[in-house]
Design a protein around this ligand. Structure first.
Ligand SMILES: C[S@@+](CC[C@H](N)C(=O)[O-])C[C@H]1O[C@@H](n2cnc3c(N)ncnc32)[C@H](O)[C@@H]1O
Length: 291
C-alpha cells in the first residue's frame, strides 16, 4: 500500500492507548501504522480499543517480538519504530532488559534505512536517585541504551518530553496487565535515535578500534560493519562503547554527553542531554522527496 506517510511500527503497545492517542492527533496516518505487542492484554477495554483502531485502518498484530522485527516483517521498511516503556515483567536487578534492548536495536537496523528513527520512551528517575550513587531507576542507564544503540549504528538525536499533554489519553500500563503503571514526578522522556549511514558507521567503528584496541587492529582487519561487529562479539568486547558513542553523537541535534557510572558492579553509560519540550510531530509525518 502506498501512502504519503512514513510507515510506523509500534512495539509492546500494552493497552494500545498510545496508538489511539497518536491517530487522534494525526488521523491521516492511521493506515501507515502497524501497532503490536508480544502478548495482547486480555481485557475488554483493550479489546474494544483494538476493534476501534482496526476500523480506523490501523493494522494490529500480536506475537510481534521486538528482537525479531525483521523476521516478523520481512522486507518491510519502517521509517519510525517506537517502543514506549519497554519492560519484560522481570525485576530490574535481573538485568534481562539490556540484552533485549540490544537485540531490539539490531533487529531495527535490519528493518530501517539510514536516517530512519527508533524512538524509545523511558521513565525519568526521582531526584533522589539522580543524586545518589545507585541511580536504581535511571532507566537509560539500567537498560544500557548507549551500548545497544551505538553497536547497532544509531546515534541519539535528541530527548523529548513525553506526556499526556503531548498525547492526550495515553496511559502507561504494566507488562501483561491492564493496570496503570506508576510514573515518577519527573515523568517520561522519549529518546530519539537515527540510523547512521553504513559507511559512516563502519568508519566510526574502525576509528574506535584503532584508538581503543590498537593490538586488535591487525587481527580484525575490518571490511564492513557486520564483520567487525561479529568479530568483536566473538571476543566478548564491549569496552569500545563509550568512545564509539562519543564519535557517533558528535552530530546530534542536541549536545549530548556520554556519562559513565557503575551499575551493579559494571560500568554503564548514559546520555546526558537537555530535554526538548517542543512536542510537535507535524513535520515528521510525511516522506520527504529524497527518502
Ligand atoms: C511496561 S509495558 C508498556 C506498555 C505500553 N507501551 C506503555 O507505554 O504503557 C511493556 C510492554 O512491552 C512488551 N514487551 C516485553 N517484551 C517484549 C518483546 N520482547 N517484544 C515485544 N514486546 C515486548 C510487553 O508485552 C508490554 O506490553
Amino acid at each position: 500500500m502506498t501512502t504519503p506517510f512514513k510507515q510506523r511500527l509500534f512495539i509492546g503497545e500494552g493497552n494500545f492507548s498510545f496508538t489511539e492517542a497518536f491517530i487522534e492527533k494525526h488521523p491521516s496516518t492511521a493506515n501507515s501504522i502497524i501497532a503490536t505487542d508480544l502478548t495482547i492484554q486480555n481485557n475488554p477495554q483493550t479489546h474494544d480499543r483494538i476493534n476501534t483502531l482496526r476500523k480506523e485502518k490501523v493494522q494490529i498484530y500480536s506475537n510481534v517480538n521486538a528482537t525479531l522485527i525483521d523476521k516478523g516483517f520481512p522486507n518491510q521498511r519502517f521509517s519510525r519504530i517506537y517502543w514506549n516503556c519497554p519492560h519484560d515483567g522481570s525485576n530490574y536487578k535481573n538485568q534481562t532488559l539490556p540484552p533485549i534492548i540490544q537485540d531490539f536495536f539490531q533487529s531495527c537496523r535490519k528493518a530501517q534505512k539510514p536516517n530512519d528513527q527508533v524512538l524509545i520512551t523511558l521513565i525519568q528517575p526521582e531526584e533522589k536517585n539522580v543524586d545518589s550513587n545507585k541511580k536504581d531507576l535511571y532507566q537509560g542507564y539500567v537498560y544500557n541504551i548507549v551500548q545497544a544503540a551505538s553497536l547497532a549504528g544509531y546515534r541519539i538525536l535528541k530527548k523529548r518530553n513525553f506526556s499526556q499533554e503531548r498525547y492526550p489519553g495515553y496511559q502507561h500500563t504494566q507488562t501483561r496487565r491492564p493496570e496503570e503503571a506508576s510514573i515518577t514526578k519527573q515523568g517520561l522522556r522519549q529518546f530519539v535515535f537515527e540510523k547512521i549511514d553504513n559507511e559512516i558507521f563502519c568508519e566510526a567503528l574502525q576509528k574506535t578500534i584503532n584508538q581503543e584496541l590498537p593490538n586488535l587492529q591487525q587481527a580484525i582487519e575490518p571490511f564492513n560493519e557486520k564483520e567487525i561487529l561479529q568479530k568483536l562479539n566473538t571476543r566478548g568486547i564491549k569496552i569500545i562503547t563509550p568512545s564509539l558513542a562519543k564519535t557517533l553523537t558528535r552530530s546530534s541535534q542536541k549536545e549530548c554527553k556520554i556519562k559513565t557510572d557503575m551499575y551493579y558492579g559494571t560500568k554503564r553509560q548514559s546520555f546526558d542531554c537537555s530535554t526538548d519540550y517542543d512536542s510537535s510531530d507535524e513535520e515528521d509525518l510525511r516522506f520527504t522527496k529524497n527518502r
